[in-house]
Design a protein around this ligand. Sequence first.
Ligand SMILES: Cc1ncc(C[n+]2csc(CCOP(=O)(O)OP(=O)(O)O)c2C)c(N)n1
Ligand code: SF4
Ligand SMILES: [Mg+2]
Length: 363
Amino acid sequence: MAHEVIRHQLPLFEEDGRSAATDDEHGRDLHYLPDLPEEDPYAAGHRTCAGCGPAIQYRWVLKAAGNDTVVAGPTGCMYVANSTYLCTPYTVPWAHTPIASGGSFTSGMAAGYEAMIRKGRYPGPYPNILVMAGDGSASDIGIGSISGALYRNHDALFICYDNECYANTGIQTSPTTPYAGMTTFTPFGSAIPEGKKLPPKNLARMMAEGHPHCYVATTTVGYTVDLMNKTRKGLNHVGAAFLHCYTPCQKGWVYQTSMTVELGRRVVESGLWPVWEYSPDSREYTYFHPPVQRPVTDYLAMQGRFGHMLPEHVARIQADANRNWELIGMDVPRSLRDLEDPERHKRLKEEEYSMPLNRGVGA
Ligand SMILES: Cc1ncc(C[n+]2csc(CCOP(=O)(O)OP(=O)(O)O)c2C)c(N)n1
Ligand code: SF4
Ligand SMILES: [Mg+2]
């Protein structure tokens, strides 16, 4: 006799008053957090860099998922820095997978739990099953196995923590490295003054358009409650879900370590990272409209990886941002439209930009 597979339904957190609604004028250090679970399955004791965006993501995702969770981690910073011999920050089962097989490994776990519960060999309930893969893994080397898992609709959450480079091997370019982002494989020079020439791969959109039966969403570490709720929605969804999370890497991007969360908001407020949710039921996208719209220089100038940019490069990124504003259904103010003209810019190093009010120590 087949046993029933009982699944968790995790309640969502209250989002009213979240930090997204706080603009510059009111102070960016006003954070709103609802009552959060005490459990912390990603505990202190890892070895990532100070201010590491992926580590922040890991902590919030696992807090949202809770203790009945199993995690897979393909090769990358978040495997290497979190798995010293006999020492790990995880208080839940965790397994390393080769960089290409996060999707297939997680499919196997999901199918295995389902089969064991049906046969009465595991009491259940069905655990929260998730994989957190870097952008090199999820958008490049391992994209085939993740796409296969989404297509077969295994009941698991597939997350890409996107630090826009192959960080662990020394900051090489990946498909999600933005146009003009300097990496060790895209140095700028007289032949290629912008450094990286190609635009970034639109991974989340590929996943939503290519697997219309899956829950797909984007988020950033700048919006904690949004990240935690989308984690829970992805886990609650019966079937496969994909979450694409922007996670700054202070070593690769060269910025003040206290600015990780601020970057997570500025990338959205400058139109460079649309935050949305795709519903497999209605087959529609819902877009988050940030309360602030800023020039891309407010975002770019905070990071050393863009320091070499010339006026025409900045203008091109502003044009991309303006297209994104239109895509998410927001008007493009005249002031931002004008900034598509290279004549309006200087070299990025010389541009004036608004510094955050909540400067951290050393800022
Ligand atoms: C098949 C294969 N190719 C290359 C590597 C070397 N390698 C180890 S970690 C890594 C970087 C992974 O980048 P990403 O997935 O973005 O994670 P991050 O290091 O940025 O956290 C690479 C290329 C590998 N382990 N396996
Ligand atoms: S190199 Fe980047 S992603 Fe890796 S641990 Fe450091 S900050 Fe985190
Ligand atoms: Mg990466």
